[in-house]
Design a protein around this ligand. Structure first.
Ligand code: FMN
Length: 273
């Protein structure tokens, strides 16, 4: 091994914090340099990421609807390894990670990576400031560093890679479909087309929302105009220094309040070594 890479997509920064901490812990244990490949911005998803047998990647993705963010799949499928060691991580917003870690593990195996360990950590939910508020917090960070140390020990022991099924302790089965938000009667709530709104009285014209948008969907000349797709990642809303961005779609607001009411417990971290 010659280089450790932290590779991530992280619109609101929780995946970034986690992935960097794990990768840093491993790079320090081996006195190896750490490279960072942050593909949150669209301009970082132009060239494919290619790794060799002397690299180790710690790759982190947020969980969207119990799976990997589906609009990222075309780019994720261009990431290539050649017997490259990998540690897949997913970050979820205090509900559940469902099949996201499995999906990431399968994708990496398919694309030339060998899995050493995997984990699902918790971050503040993109839709809310209550759900998983402040996570990953100090307790989480301790566990995240401990995970990095355990991975380093496995690497030092030259432990053989495992298939994702074996790591997760599961029998092979098809991936579960995307999680669908529902109302109390069980009817699905479709928030796919929902976009945020801008309060012009509060907007200070800094353009931060347009530069933060991972889909490049906000018009920088007129930030009230969102011609592109919105993935509801929360980067613009949470990153706006003036609090000028908000959601008012009734389905979205209902789903947020249901999540906040149902998932008050502290979701647990899962590590697979
Ligand atoms: C469209 C969308 C769907 C989400 N679905 C889930 C989910 O199924 N389960 C969950 O626990 N969190 C879910 N979340 C919350 C994210 O997993 C969480 O906010 C994540 O920590 C954000 O990562 P980031 O800070 O790196 O952007 C969802 C967030 C978005 C934007």
């Amino acid at each position: 091994m010659q280089q450790i890479h932290a590779v991530y997509f992280s619109p609101t920064g929780t995946t970034r914090k986690t992935c960097l901490t794990v990768a840093q812990t491993i790079s320090e244990a081996f006195y190896l340099p750490l490279a960072v490949e942050d593909f949150t911005r669209p301009q970082k998803r132009v060239e494919p990421l290619v790794y060799g047998p002397k690299d180790l990647i710690v790759i982190g993705l947020p969980v969207y609807a119990g799976r990997l963010p589906n609009l990222l799949l075309p780019f994720l499928k261009t990431i290539r390894g050649e017997h490259t060691k990998a540690v897949p991580l997913v970050l979820f917003g205090n509900r559940n990670y469902d099949d996201a870690l499995l999906e990431l593990g399968l994708l990496l195996e398919e694309q030339g990576f060998e899995l050493i360990a995997a984990a699902a950590f918790v971050g503040e939910h993109a839709f809310s400031r209550e759900l998983g508020a402040g996570r990953p917090d100090r307790r989480d960070m301790k566990k995240i560093r401990e995970f990095g140390t355990s991975v380093s020990e496995k690497l030092k022991e030259n432990a053989s890679p495992k298939r994702i099924w074996e790591l997760l302790g599961e029998e092979e089965r098809p991936l579960k479909p995307y999680y669908t938000p529902r109302d109390r009667k069980g009817n699905p709530i479709n928030i796919l087309k929902v976009k945020p709104k801008l309060d012009p009285a509060k907007c200070i014209g800094c353009g931060r929302c347009a530069s933060l948008c991972p889909m490049g969907s906000i018009d920088p000349q007129d930030v009230s105009n969102i011609p592109g797709k919105c993935i509801k990642c929360g980067a613009c809303e949470k990153g706006c220094p003036a609090g000028a961005i908000y959601f008012d779609d009734p389905g979205y607001l209902y789903h947020r309040s249901e999540l906040e009411a149902q998932y008050t417990r502290r979701a647990r971290i899962s590590v697979f070594l």
